[in-house]
Write a protein that binds this ligand. Structure first.
Ligand code: URA
Length: 244
């Protein structure tokens, strides 16, 4: 015995419209259950065994979806926005209408963002007490002093009063680009305060010019994903997340 639900809820959950739009579609004969047209949107269907066809295409019922997105710049980490494209708009293959990004990256930040409708998982990844590590790659202005590594390891106090938890800074490269000093870094933080990486680097006089998230807990950005591309999580990645 599988799970039963109303046909209109089934199709609404899968993003096929509002319940009243689905009722209308049913009245017009656009919906079939197991090969038979049904005109009643309140018909009970079995999500595991019944085949639902909407406008000629099979619609499977998916309860949970998990995507790894390489967030591009210029897109907001929100489900809706009146001005900008959102990270959810980028997930063309989605079934569910209740997807959301787990945490936020700034509009000009790139990199790893998990998109799901799994609320408890999001909570496990974001709960401050869980201290899930996030690794960022950044290009900063100026040459970051080596002493910053120890300061960050102790936990710095930002000028605006925020006391940061200990963070691990790796200085990758100090170079010059057209006469301008720049430093490439990797920074591992356990918190996710608003603009945290930018505020930390600003506090040591080396503002961030480019920022990309590489990891979040057990997840590592798949380097084959170009900015704007995404893929479903693998079974292995899902197991890692379930162990959190
Ligand atoms: N820290 C920031 O400053 N910005 C981000 O997008 C993520 C971390």
């Amino acid at each position: 015995m599988g799970k039963e639900m109303r046909l209109d809820k089934y199709l609404a959950d899968m993003g096929k419209g509002t319940r009243s739009q689905i009722k209308e579609a049913a009245r017009k004969g656009r919906i079939q259950i197991n090969g038979e047209i049904t005109k009643k949107a309140d018909t009970k269907v079995n999500v595991e065994t019944d085949t639902i066809v909407y406008d000629g295409s099979v619609v499977s019922y998916v309860t949970m979806e998990y995507y790894m997105l390489n967030k591009p710049q210029g897109v907001v980490s929100a489900t809706e926005d009146h001005k900008y494209q959102t990270v959810i708009d980028l997930i063309d293959g989605k079934n569910r209408k209740d997807l959301f990004p787990v945490g936020r990256l700034d509009i000009d930040t790139e990199g790893l963002l998990l998109i799901t409708n799994d609320g408890p998982l999001a909570h496990r990844l974001l709960a401050p007490k869980k201290h899930v590590d996030k690794i960022y790659y950044a290009v900063c202005e100026g040459h970051v002093p080596d002493s910053t590594v120890l300061e960050f390891a102790d936990g710095i106090l930002l000028p605006d009063g925020l006391k940061c938890l200990p963070a691990s800074l790796e200085i990758l490269n100090k170079t010059e680009d057209e006469g301008r000093k720049i430093t490439e870094i990797k920074l591992t933080i356990r918190e996710g305060k608003f603009h945290q990486v930018k505020r930390m680097m600003e506090a040591v006089g080396c503002p961030v010019m480019f920022l990309k998230r590489l990891t979040m807990g057990p997840l590592t950005l798949d380097e084959s994903l170009k900015p704007g591309e995404y893929r479903s999580l693998t079974e292995e990645e899902l197991e890692w997340l379930n162990d959190l």
